[in-house]
Write a protein that binds this ligand. Sequence first.
Ligand code: 5GP
Ligand code: ZN
Length: 114
Amino acid sequence: MDPNCLFCKIINGDIPASKLYEDDDVMAFWDISPQAPKHFLVIPRKHIAGPGAMGSEDEQLIGKVLRIGAKLARENGIGDGFRVVFNNGAEAGQTVFHIHMHVLGGRTMTWPPG
Ligand code: 5GP
Ligand code: ZN
């Protein structure tokens, strides 16, 4: 837990979020500024700044983030057509430095991303 981290505060219940799912390892909630008709975030409870800060001990945890994200996409009407994004570093658009996976769906996606 990092007391200055927005997503740690959401995990802690200090800041409200519209939750889809939580268990002992991960939490999922709708993005406050959706970039697609359906856009949610999946985060581990453990504070890891981003993909570049992962250790080998985090591999299973982040694998779970991915599996739960796909399951929640199916359960929330997104189906099998969705995009997952991990931004790493400010240059890539990361604004919250607690690792999170975006799950976006409900519209046709284009490539390359911006
Ligand atoms: P990043 O840009 O770091 O990859 O993604 C951070 C995401 O967190 C953004 O999509 C942003 O809209 C979302 N976000 C920022 N603050 C909050 C908040 O207080 N609540 C929720 N639900 N999402 C947030
Ligand atoms: Zn955090």
